[in-house]
Design a protein around this ligand. Structure first.
Ligand SMILES: [Zn+2]
Length: 247
């Protein structure tokens, strides 16, 4: 595949809580689906180009020499044109609700795996899991927690990155045909859960029940992905939940 691609059929299926780079840039990471290219990771994205789940977008992309994962791309001219990068990302509305359910069917058919370990074995960095959730809880972040939140030029409101949250949501689960000796125990990075915590500092724990992880009335699917530096460490990027009977 060429080192540059203009992808015009992307649908956003996951957005992770923002992070901060060593050079202090605040960055987003999105996961998308493309009919032509399959699962696609786009990183880094500037905060003012915030793409929400189910948005249809087109973006000129190029390979990132520092990230050799097959699904990983960055916006063309990423660092050089950082301040105007959002102008390259074009939205074409949102996928409507019935389309979301059929897309999820398709994602599970084409990218679903019986166990996270299959992703590892096949050198895949993104995949869909149908989890059997055992437990979900909040845990203190500990290292690199920074309670100060700075106001930046590109984000005049208080913009939180993952390091500004004291708590992290976690989940313990088995995959549909799990090969792991112990249940998987992973961080949930879905931005929506963190947005709840930011907006409701008096009740951050509610972010867990909101995800419907242990609600028997909901069908759940996870979009999982690995970390660039630790390829066998996976996190939950997106929690798809639909009331039972709608899938
Ligand atoms: Zn498993």
């Amino acid at each position: 595949m060429s080192d540059t691609q203009f992808m015009d059929d992307l649908i956003v299926i996951g957005e992770a809580v923002p992070d901060e780079l060593k050079d202090k840039r605040k960055v987003l990471c999105s996961a998308c689906y493309s009919d032509e290219h399959g699962l696609v990771r786009i990183y880094p994205i500037p905060p003012n180009a915030h793409m929400r789940r189910w948005d249809r977008v087109s973006i000129p992309l190029e390979r990132n020499p520092q990230d050799t994962r097959g699904e990983s791309w960055k916006v063309q001219g990423s660092k050089r044109e950082w301040d105007v990068l959002s102008e390259k990302i074009h939205r074409h509305g949102k996928l409507p609700q019935p389309g979301r359910i059929s897309l999820l069917h398709k994602l599970y058919r084409d990218f679903g795996v019986d166990c996270i370990q299959n992703l590892n074995d096949n050198m895949l960095s993104l995949g869909i899991i149908k989890p059997d959730v055992l437990n979900a809880w909040m845990e203190e972040r500990g290292e690199r927690y920074d309670p100060t939140v700075q106001i930046t030029l590109d984000s005049p409101t208080r913009f939180f990155t993952i390091h500004n949250y004291k708590l992290q949501p976690r989940v313990k689960y088995r995959c549909s045909d799990c090969r792991s000796q112990n249940p998987h125990n992973q961080q949930i990075l879905e931005w929506g859960a963190y947005e709840w915590m930011r907006k409701h500092p008096d009740n951050p724990e509610q972010a867990i029940p909101n995800l419907r992880l242990t609600d028997p009335q909901y069908d759940k699917y996870f979009l999982v992905g690995n970390m660039s530096k630790y390829r066998n460490a996976f996190v939950v990027i997106s929690v798809f939940r639909f009331k039972h009977g709608t899938i």
